[in-house]
Ligand binder design. Structure first.
Ligand SMILES: C[S@@+](CC[C@H](N)C(=O)[O-])C[C@H]1O[C@@H](n2cnc3c(N)ncnc32)[C@H](O)[C@@H]1O
Length: 378
């Protein structure tokens, strides 16, 4: 027996059935059907391209009563939360049946879901970060320092590497040749992979190096993929500003060599060994509204405005770190930033009740990070 369609009633202030009926005749009964329901209208829904239906509603030219009834119908359809997608259409009945893919695991195996991460040799046993490193700011070269940590002891690495733009960092020489730069960066990221827990995450905030045509976000992602990390996704951080340094147009009004400008950066998100992270629900501190908003992977967050105050040229804002921490880690988790700078990651981790470890090669930035931690009153 065919499953019962989902039915919604639409209040109507006049008898608009006859006027609307031709519009609904263009749809198959298997999509949407219009019926009279005493003085009102009733719609039965099975499978509908809601976007196309919305355009039809928009284009409809009829009486005000009929237009109002159609708009109410669309609102009710859009408000239905539980549906699945089939082709381009939303499925309103048999939801679970439609969603269930037979032999899902087998099919995924055949397709080769995150095939590039197969055959990793990551240890699966996680350990605690040794107490002497918990909630610490460490002045060191991360490549050397991270060797002191055991495997699998960090839940989340959240960081943004030095840009190698020749920015005026306080102590490291930020103007290496690119090959040397990536060699060093990847040595540090390899240590990050090692110390990350099985099921833990690494999130790297990075922007392409526009001036030298170096797609650093791609190069960094490829490196993690070579190291058999699972690419969990990419967040576009919309900063809504133009980088003032790059106001040049390139070849003005000519296709010979126009210069592309960007108002965004990326967060590349990786998982070690498993997409799923262990953790108890009562340690998840993200609200339902935040979750709904932040899983849409375009985050509009203003850039850090206090770089002068902290005397650091390349900070990200606390809001960015907070979103990443709440979406990808639990309270009590250990968060590491191997390029901690003025300490935005560590300050945010403390405020959000995470444990932290921040490393930076610059003594001045480490002092700033310590000072910021001391200024938090929880
Ligand atoms: C883009 S900044 C990070 C800023 C930080 N996210 C913030 O909001 O303050 C990169 C940092 O990496 C540090 N750095 C560069 N090379 C390093 C190394 N080998 N080990 C540790 N830190 C390093 C620099 O001193 C700089 O503070």
């Amino acid at each position: 027996m065919a499953e019962k369609a989902k039915t919604i009633t639409v209040k109507s202030s006049g008898d608009v059935f006859e006027e609307l009926a031709p519009l609904f005749r263009r749809y198959d009964e298997e999509e949407i059907a219009l019926r009279r329901d005493n003085g009102d209208l009733s719609l039965s829904l099975r499978r509908l391209d809601v976007g196309e239906f919305a355009e039809t509603v928009e284009r409809f030219d009829g009486s005000d009563d009929a237009k109002a009834a159609l708009r109410r119908a669309l609102e009710s359809i859009e408000a239905i939360g539980s549906y699945a997608m089939k082709g381009r259409k939303r499925v309103f009945v048999g939801y679970n049946k439609e969603r269930k893919v037979k032999n899902r695991k087998q099919k995924e195996g055949k397709r080769g879901r995150h095939f590039y991460a197969r055959g990793n040799e990551f240890p699966t046993e996680n350990v605690e970060l040794p107490e002497r490193f918990v909630d610490k700011i460490v002045r060191a070269d991360s490549e050397e320092f991270l060797r002191e940590l055991p495997d699998n002891c960090v839940d989340l690495v959240f960081t943004s590497p030095p840009y190698n733009f020749g920015l005026e960092y306080s102590s490291n020489d930020d103007d290496h040749d690119w090959e040397r730069y990536f060699e060093k960066l990847f040595a540090i990221f390899d240590e990050c992979v090692r110390v990350t827990k099985h099921g833990g995450r690494i999130i790297v905030n990075v922007q392409p190096l526009f001036s030298d045509y170096i797609p650093s976000h791609h190069l960094i992602s490829s490196h993690f993929i070579k190291r058999k990390m699972i690419w969990k996704g990419e967040i576009l951080w919309e900063k809504n500003n133009y980088n003032c340094k790059y106001t040049a147009w390139g070849s003005w009004k000519s296709p010979s060599n126009p210069y592309l400008k960007y108002t965004w950066e990326f967060l590349e998100v990786f998982a070690k060994g498993s997409l799923k992270k262990e953790g108890s629900a009562d340690r998840a501190d993200i609200t339902p509204d935040e979750f709904k908003k932040w899983v849409v992977a375009k985050w509009s967050v203003a850039p850090e405005r206090d770089m002068k105050k902290y005397n650091h040229p390349a900070m990200f804002p606390e809001e960015l770190a907070a979103r990443a921490m709440k979406l990808f880690s639990f309270e009590g988790d250990v968060v590491l930033d191997p390029f901690n700078g003025a300490g935005t990651t560590t300050v945010t981790a403390k405020k959000l009740n995470r444990r932290f470890l921040g490393v930076d090669v610059s003594e001045e930035y480490c002092k700033t990070a310590e000072r910021r931690l001391g200024e938090i009153f929880l």
